[in-house]
Write a protein that binds this ligand. Structure first.
Ligand code: ADP
Length: 517
């Protein structure tokens, strides 16, 4: 039934009961051929255009709205078909077929129109070539910028690598290592130097417990304690512990550590390990040595103290008997005997002075400092009042004292030191007609430096340190009397105050003694 209907329909399409269209052209060649050639060429191009469209769509990947291109192709083909049948109709009058084809073309053109209408907003959104060009330019610029950033990033990465290398070599040179512990994983990250300090291969896996176990057993409780305190209370530490490296060697290290936080929660620790073994051992040995030196010094001091003390009684006897001899038996002795007696007497007196000085010096080491605020101008005034009793006093002396800042110290001790310095200034200027002594002070940073300046014989600066030693004298007893203990006492007093004494001098021009407390 359906088949019969199709046969019937096709028959109707090719119904040739009509007159061929050429009749309408009255078979006039010019009219006929202009129509036929026009229709044929148009049909040919209408068949070729879709072929190009199909070729274009097939070649262009990702082309948008392919459907429209296909629809256009169908539409143009149907136009081609209509022109073809128009040419055919000149001789063969299949007007039903022509009508059917025109209807088909009308349907296809409407469908194309509808498709165009529906796709117009989308089509408008497709960027134009110039827009695409702009986008392209922008993209290019973005890519350039990205490349630039990438390069910068690479440079920075290189720089960072160099910094890490530098840090590693600095750590190595300074024997400092850095470490990190993550409580969540229990894992530690060590810098190369930390591995070196432990004697481990760089990069060996480490956990917190291992780190603690590298410390000598007697330090482990302390290590655990500070770690716990950092973990719970966030307290940092800076301590010196003994680490036992992989070979069993003990190394003194200084370790510092602090907690690291995430949302106010302690999540780890970070810190440094510094190899201080050499310094520590040197300090420890210096500390033994210092104690030993102090002990032997103390021993020597008490020995010289007791000897000096014990020598006083026989000396007093020599002195006393020499005086008795002089007073009561000088007539019984001849001139030479009296001269020798005089030498015995003055030598005994000299020895007495020496013993007194040694006793004064030894007592200094034993005496406790009793510090108070001292008005230096008052102290100098007291000393100047007492100086005329000194056997080195000289009427030609003019002492000029500037306004001095107060200081803190043991007044009696400082009085002794300043007395010795002023007495020396007078003694070693004794040849001058006008002895000028100036006392003053200068501020050096936070320190107040006092000075006593004379215009005496001066000191060869080669001996600037030597003269502060016990019994060290630069002059014979004939030229200048003395025991060589005075400046040793001064230095000891200044040093017991935590101070320092030094001098500037030029032979023949005078000396200036400086001290700070
Ligand atoms: P003494 O004065 O008893 O010899 P000191 O210990 O006081 O001992 O002084 C040590 C030496 O320093 C002195 O022998 C002297 O040569 C030198 N000396 C100290 N003070 C002065 C001074 N103001 N001018 C020159 N020389 C000085």
């Amino acid at each position: 039934m359906y088949f019969l209907w199709v046969v019937d329909f096709l028959k109707n399409l090719t119904n040739d009961r009509f007159m061929p269209h050429g009749m309408c052209y009255q078979w006039q060649p010019a009219t006929l051929w202009s129509n036929v050639i026009g229709d044929s060429i148009t049909a040919l191009s209408y068949f070729l255009i879709p072929a190009f469209l199909v070729y274009f769509v097939s070649k262009r990947k990702n082309i948008e709205m392919k459907g429209i291109f296909v629809m256009f192709a169908i539409f143009i083909v149907s136009c081609g078909a209509v022109h073809t049948i128009s040419a055919v109709n000149v001789w063969i009058p299949y007007y039903n077929l022509a009508g059917f084809m025109k209807l088909t073309m009308a349907f296809v053109s409407m469908a194309t129109l509808a498709l165009l209408y529906l796709n117009m907003p989308k089509a408008l959104k497709i960027p134009s070539p110039s827009e695409l060009q702009d986008i392209n330019e922008k993209l290019k610029a973005e890519i350039d910028e990205k490349n630039k950033l990438q390069k910068e990033l690479e440079n920075q990465r290189e720089q960072l690598q160099k910094t890490v290398q530098l840090l590693n070599s600095t750590q190595e040179a300074a024997n400092i290592g850095s470490w990190k512990v993550d409580f969540k994983t229990g894992k530690s990250v060590w810098s190369n130097q930390v591995y070196r300090i432990h004697g481990l291969d760089i990069g060996s896996p480490t956990i917190l417990k291992d780190g603690i176990n590298y410390y000598r057993e007697d330090f482990r409780d302390r290590v655990t304690e500070v770690i716990e305190r950092a973990r719970i209370e966030g307290k940092s530490w800076d301590e010196e512990w003994v680490l036992v490296d992989i070979t069993g060697k003990e190394i003194w290290v200084r370790t510092t550590g602090f907690a690291t936080y995430e949302n106010d929660q302690v999540v780890g620790l970070e810190g440094l390990i510094i190899d201080i073994d050499q310094q520590k051992r040197a300090a420890i040995s210096l500390e033994e040595q210092a104690i030993e030196l102090q002990e032997s010094n103390d021993e020597l001091e008490s020995f010289s103290y007791s000897i000096s003390h014990d020598m006083r009684a026989p000396l007093r006897a020599i002195n006393g008997y020499a005086e008795i001899l002089k007073d009561e038996y000088s007539e019984a002795l001849d001139k030479e005997g009296n001269r020798i007696l005089g030498i015995i007497h003055s030598s005994a007196l000299k020895l007495g002075e020496l013993i007194d000085d040694i006793l004064a010096f030894s007592r200094l080491g034993r005496k406790e400092l009793s510090k108070s605020t001292i008005k230096m101008n008052n102290l100098f005034k007291q000393i100047i009042e007492e100086l005329p009793d000194s056997k080195y006093w000289n009427e030609n002396v003019k002492i000029d004292i500037a306004k001095l800042p107060d200081c803190k110290g043991d007044e009696a001790m400082l009085k002794q030191a300043l007395y010795n310095l002023l007495e020396n200034a007078i003694k070693y200027s004794s040849g001058n007609e006008n002895i000028k002594i100036a006392v003053g002070s200068i501020s050096k940073g936070a320190d107040e430096v006092y000075f006593i300046k004379d215009n005496g014989i001066g000191i060869n600066m080669e001996y600037k340190d030597k003269i502060f030693g016990v019994f060290q004298r630069l002059h014979s007893a004939k030229a200048y009397e003395g025991t060589g203990v005075g400046l040793a006492i001064v230095r000891k007093i200044i040093e017991r105050h935590g101070g320092e004494i030094w001098l500037e001098s030029e032979e023949g021009k005078g000396s200036t003694f400086y001290f700070k407390l």
